[in-house]
Design a protein around this ligand. Sequence first.
Ligand code: UDP
Ligand code: MG
Length: 324
Amino acid sequence: MKTLYLVIPCYNETEVLPETSLMFREKIHTLIHEQKISENSRVLFVDDGSRDETWKIISSLARQDEIFEGIRLSRNRGHQNALLAGLLEAAKYADITISMDCDGQDDIAAVDKMLEEYEKGSEVVYGVRSDRKKDTFFKRGTAQLFYRIMKLLGADIVYNHADYRLISVRVLKELEKFEEVNLFLRGMVPLVGFPSSTVYYERKVRVAGKTHYPLKRMLSLAFNGITSLSVRPLQLIACMGIGIALVSFVGVLWSILMYFMGKTVSGWASMTCIVCFISGVQLISLGIIGEYIGKIYLETKHRPRFIISEYTEGMKEEKEQKDE
Ligand code: UDP
Ligand code: MG
């Protein structure tokens, strides 16, 4: 029987953990009871450097029931890094991992459907939101815009899929070889390949607490996603350059013509407009190119993507046994 690890990143989630942890536990117990997964299956929390009582809650859960395990990052590194830390840790013990949010937004019932797809041969199963009615109008609109832009820019991501997914350990071992530090997992997983499928679920509202993705962070995630997956923006700059060069060529011919016709006195307004337009285009282009250079800079440093500072009791023992 296969061992399943639910991997759950948490950042300042004291309000939701006591409630949602019960739900995770019940799911794992039921699946073990139904003999769908092995008794070694676990819920692995990743505390992403929380500043509240999150780690205390995780540690006490781990003491109460061996089904709970936890790792703590040395500081807040963001959802994507926390998730990867959890997945790679789980890959040491599990056969299958399912990643989900800890706030109860991802419908736990979809876990059964994901396992069924896995049994049918899928190594990756994407959880896709069947509707976004529960999201605010603003979140829904911006999210849809994001997927459209991604598609336009040639990035291969699954529409309306966030980070609720099943990944087999076979795929994780390959994902581990992607050494980039600018993480955008929902774009990286499709790149690994292997048979995949989707299951649909209804996205719920947060059990309690607030989202950690305000507009600023959403924009930065979206921008990171685009620049991580595609160089199309750079190609667009080149196309724009060619377009503008063609127009300028006509402009040059026109001004030479005007010169010989003796009509070259005035022209301050048109000149100012051209200078303003071209300098705007240049600055935007430089900004986009700069963004890519910034990424190269970060990648060349090869800094660790996360540092695990603590393990819950049960995990320490497992680690020691492995090390021996
Ligand atoms: N999260 C994290 N590190 C962060 C921000 C968020 O580990 O820096 C976790 C968070 O605890 C939650 C998941 O990532 O389990 C998704 O975050 P959130 O629910 O705030 O985002 P939303 O669902 O609103 O997009
Ligand atoms: Mg959430």
